[in-house]
Design a protein around this ligand. Structure first.
Ligand code: PTJ
Length: 243
């Protein structure tokens, strides 16, 4: 039992959940290492949504609502940490949800789809094909899902799929606490925030965008500016870290 008054309560609960999901075969063991890297960057941004991340989250909502066909691509870590939040975002954005894994096994695909369904998401099913130009199994996607999408939201992505999706002409939104990652620098829009804060913030923005705001946000999107702002926020915090 993690005591509620522990100063690292939230972080310890997230770790416990990931460890349990790893034991159940939902999270890949490699996903635990990926989470540790995310935690380190979350420390650096102060474990809160920064101003630039809030702008990115509103822009993500605008893009999701304006897309012809938006798909949320879910991996093991995202499902373990944010299954209910993904279901809520699907409800307000109308996006499809598809499971896509780096460490792909049919058993994990089924378990992750079941976890998402238990939390109220409608998960796309069908016969995957090697649609995305990649040599590994992340190529395997549904023709009626990621294959048809003009916008894919890929939280906690590993490097090269983002570039491959962009090369196919799709817009890509990622959630990645590391503003220096290949994915962060390749995506159309990068949200430098923790996934359990980012997904509800995007959902909230979907319901509160003012008339004309979506067009304005999309027209003024500048991902390099957002990444630089995230790095500046980290630098600013580090400058005062011991005060
Ligand atoms: O479930 P699978 O088989 O698809 O595998 C998923 C992982 C996460 C193992 C796979 O996609 C992977 O190896 O990812 P990477 O290359 O480690 O990238 C994950 C990125 O997400 C890193 O840049 C982390 O900093 C970031 N990250 C980790 N945890 C969080 C996060 N970003 C936001 N919120 C988090 N909780």
């Amino acid at each position: 039992m993690i005591p509620k008054d522990h100063p690292r309560y939230r972080s310890l609960v997230a770790r416990e959940r990931l460890a349990r999901c790893a034991r159940e075969g939902i999270v890949a063991l490699e996903g635990l290492a990926a989470h540790g890297r995310g935690e380190a960057f979350d420390y650096l941004i102060g474990e809160k949504t920064t101003k630039s991340a809030a702008l990115a989250e509103r822009t993500a909502a605008a893009m999701l609502l304006s897309a012809r066909h938006a798909v949320i691509s879910v991996n093991g870590n995202t499902a373990a940490l944010a299954a209910a939040e993904i279901a809520a975002l699907q409800r307000v954005s109308g996006a499809d949800v598809e499971v896509n894994l780096f460490h792909r096994t049919e058993d994990r695909i089924e378990k992750i789809a079941a976890l998402l369904t238990d939390h109220g998401a409608r998960v796309l099913t069908g016969t995957p094909e090697r649609i995305v130009p990649l040599s590994h199994d992340r190529a395997l996607s549904l023709p009626e899902g990621i294959g048809d999408a003009d916008l894919v939201l890929v939280p906690l992505e590993d490097g090269d799929r983002c570039a491959a999706l962009r090369a196919m002409g799709k817009a890509v939104i990622t959630v990645d606490l590391n503003p220096l990652s290949r994915t962060a620098r390749t995506a159309t829009l990068t949200i430098v925030d923790e996934v359990t804060r980012a997904i509800p913030a995007i959902a909230a923005a979907c319901s509160t965008l003012e008339p004309g705001e979506a067009d304005r946000l999309i027209t003024s999107l500048d991902n390099t500016y957002l990444l630089q702002a995230a790095i500046d926020e980290i630098r600013e915090r580090l400058g005062h870290a011991l005060e």
